[in-house]
Design a protein around this ligand. Structure first.
Ligand code: BV8
Ligand code: ZN
Length: 249
């Protein structure tokens, strides 16, 4: 059965749950995309880990600075903008993202719940002291090479990106707020996620369990096994603006 876009307009509380696919049309590689350059022989899960950082801090810091430089040059795409607009049109919208970029914020979304941290918030690997201001991108950050991480001003330890690595716990507050919103919403839009990484991937199921409708927006048609679950095959940057037009005219 096809999803009726008018349900967007009649929803009381919408949860929007996004993954790397929502930033794909901004030119940001997703985790499904093959890694290139220095990193092509690695699996992202190896690089996005404390062990990977311990083994070769400059390789990992260089990877994140290259990604941070790509994000700085990227622009929010129509998907980010449509999500920000939707928040203005419904009584309540909770935006939960697995992404570490700031494109939702730059599109005008507020109170974004970042389950996997943010790339613009570095902290000391040893004493966890925040780096304070967003660090200037070093010369050549986008060149795809190893970069020695700056040192902590308090203890001299190496800085690490403020993201959640594999094997690390997610931020308590963000995660519980995301689960609470999923359990209380009447519609959840799952946008651009492969639904592989736990525990974030549980969120659409929590909404479904609680009686909400769940709509997956993804070029790859993902599971829509349940009567209240729908799959819209396509790009978020095309489907979301279309959904808003159909829902709100
Ligand atoms: C945890 C930040 C408790 C970093 C990320 C063994 C040992 C330890 C842990 C585990 C283990 N086995 C399993 C686990 C749990 C593990 C896990 O889930 N592993 C997976 C690989 C099975 N999870 C964890 O470790 C989490 N912590 O469990 O803590 C604990 C504590 C100690 C010990 C054990 C457990 C932490 C997970 C967080 C990892 N950090 N990001 C960084 O960014 O570098 S996750 C990272 O991968 C991203 O942030 C993102 O969340 C995820 C990739 O997922 P997606 O966003 O879905 O992106 P993906 O590329 O996969 O998919 C893109 C989709 O978009 C595709 O479907 C594509 O079709 C679609 N698409 C493409 N273009 C478009 C589009 N859609 C719409 N429009 C388009 N244009
Ligand atoms: Zn320190």
């Amino acid at each position: 059965m096809r999803f009726n876009p008018r349900l967007l307009a009649s929803a009381r509380h919408i949860v929007v749950f996004t993954g790397a696919g929502v930033s794909a049309e901004s030119g940001i590689a997703t985790f499904r995309d093959k890694l290139t350059g220095l990193w092509e022989r690695f699996d992202p899960a190896e690089l996005a880990s404390a062990e990977g950082f311990r083994r070769d801090p400059a390789l990992i810091w260089g990877w994140y600075e290259m990604r941070r430089s790509g994000i700085a040059q990227a622009q929010p795409n129509p998907a980010h903008l449509a999500i920000a607009e939707l928040a203005q049109r419904v009584p309540k919208l909770t935006l939960v993202t697995q992404n570490v970029d700031d494109l939702h914020e730059r599109a005008g979304s507020a109170d974004v719940l970042h389950l996997h941290g943010r790339l613009d918030a570095a902290r000391c690997f040893d004493c966890a002291r925040p780096a304070g201001a967003v660090l200037e991108l070093p010369e050549g950050a986008g060149d795809g090479k190893r970069i020695e991480p700056p040192l902590c001003s308090a203890c001299g330890g190496p800085l690490r990106p403020g993201v959640v690595w594999f094997g690390e716990n997610l931020p308590e507050q963000a995660l519980s707020q995301a689960f609470l919103a999923a359990a209380n919403c009447d519609l959840l839009l799952s946008i651009g996620t492969s639904g592989v990484v736990q525990p974030a991937a549980m969120i659409p199921g929590v909404a479904l369990e609680a009686g909400a409708r769940v709509v997956h927006i993804n070029p790859q048609v993902t599971g829509a096994g349940h009567a209240r679950e729908f799959a819209l095959a396509g790009k978020a940057g095309e489907l979301l603006p279309q959904l808003l037009r159909e829902a709100f005219g």
